[in-house]
Write a protein that binds this ligand. Sequence first.
Ligand SMILES: Nc1ncnc2c1ncn2[C@@H]1O[C@H](COP(=O)(O)OP(=O)(O)OP(=O)(O)O)[C@@H](O)[C@H]1O
Ligand SMILES: [Mg+2]
Length: 447
Amino acid sequence: MVKHKDQFKCTACDGLSPKWQGQCPHCGEWNTLEAFEEVVTSSKRVKAAGTPPSFYSLSNPNEPSRYASGIEEFDRVVGGGLMEGSIVLLGGDPGIGKSTLALQLCKEYVEKNIKVCYFSGEESVGQLALRAKRLGFDNDALKISNEIELSKMLAGLESEKPQVAVIDSIQTAYSPNSDSLPGSPNQVRECASELMTLGKTKNITIILIGHITKSGVIAGPKLLEHIVDTVLYLEGDKQHYFRILRSVKNRFGATHEIGIFEMKQEGLTGIANPGDMFLNERKKGATGSVVTCGMEGSRPLLVEIQALAARAAYGTPQRHASGIDQKRLQLLLAVIERQLDIPISQYDIFVNVVGGMTLKEPAMDLPVIAAIYSSVKNIPVKENTVIIGEVGLTGETRSVMRLEQRVKEAQRMGFDRLILPLSAKKKVDDKENTFKYIKDITELTET
Ligand SMILES: Nc1ncnc2c1ncn2[C@@H]1O[C@H](COP(=O)(O)OP(=O)(O)OP(=O)(O)O)[C@@H](O)[C@H]1O
Ligand SMILES: [Mg+2]
C-alpha cells in the first residue's frame, strides 16, 4: 500500500515544511520551498525488507584511549585529553586564539609521536609557519594543507591516516554536493557529518574550528553542537590578555570545567593560579571593593566585585551591571532599600566584576550587597576579607554550594577574615576563629 502526503521541501537544505512559506524555516533561504509528494510505504513492507543489525555486549568494546597533550589547562577541560576517534568543536570569536590553541596542541601531539594533519583553509601555509615559529614549533612531522574541498580532505585523511586532524575552519570547508556557499548551514552540516563519519570509522580525532557568528552562535547554529562529542568555547575579551576555555558539552567527561590561559608572544600559556591574576591590581582599602570566591566548574576563583554609588543627577537613577545579572542587581537593590533602609533610588549604581569575569550564581548576592553598602556609606571593607553568601528577599542569608572548597581557596590566597551565612557555621573549619557569620544583611553593617 502506498500513501501520499502533501508537504513542502526546501531545494537548498531538503528540510520539510507542512505549509508553504516564503523563507525556509530550517536554513533561512528564500523562495526555496516546493510542493512534493512523499511516498510512504506500508509498515508491512518495511518489516519484510532489511537485515538485522549486529549486536554487541558491553564487555566487548575495545576501550578508546585518550591523547593527553600535556597542556594541563586544556587536558583538564576535556576530561584528561582528547578521546581517540572523537569529534570536537572548538568555537570562539574571530581573533580570540583558536588557531593558536590548535597549533599548540599539534605541537604537543607531534612531539609525542602522534600523527597530525592540519587543514588550514583560512591562512596560507606561510602564515601558519610564521605562527608556528612564534610558538617555538619547528617539527616537520606536522602535515599542513590548504585544501578546503571536502572530498579532497577526506581522501587526504584516508591516505595519511593521522590520529588527529584539525579543520581550521569548518566554515571554509566546501562540498560540491551542496549548492550553497561555504559557511552556510547546509555546507557546515554536510562537511561536519562527512568528516565525522570518516573520523568514527577510521578512528581519527577531529578538531573542528568554528567561528561564532555576530549573534553569538556558531554558524549552523545548534546543528553542530549535537553532532559532535565535545563542544569547547574559547572566550575572554580581547583587551584583557586572558582567555577562558569552557567545555559546554562533553560525552567523555564533566562539563562546565574551565581552563584559563594568558595570550603571550609564545602562545596561550596556562595560568595555574588565576586568583593572583584577578586580584593583583586591586587597590586595597578602597570603598566599594569586595573580594569573593566564585566557582567556575569545579574550580574556586577569587575575584573582586566593585560597586560605585553616585548621587543621581536626573529623575530615573541608572543601574549598570557588568559581570553579574542586571535583574539580580535590581532585586538586590530592592532588598537593600527595604532591609537596610537606604534611599537607594537617589543613587546611580554601577557594579563591575573585575577582569571581565561573569559570575552568575547566588553566592554573589552578599558580596554585591556589601560592595554597594560600602560605596554608599563610604566605608571600606576591612583588609583580608572574603564575603560569600546568597541573600533572600527578606534579607536573610543562605549557604551556598561547595562552601568548604571556596573557604579553602580564600585561605590559601591569604584571606583569613571570612564573612559567611550563619547556616554555614557547621560546615566550615574555622581554626583561628576569624570568621564572621551573619544571619541577615542588617548584620553586615556591624562587620
Ligand atoms: N606576537 C604576538 N604576541 C601576543 N599575542 C599575539 C601575537 N600575535 C598574535 N597574537 C594574538 O593572537 C590572536 C590571534 O590568534 P588566532 O589567529 O589564533 O585567533 P583565531 O581565533 O584563530 O582567529 P581567526 O578567527 O581570525 O581565525 C590575536 O588576536 C592576538 O591577540
Ligand atoms: Mg584562526
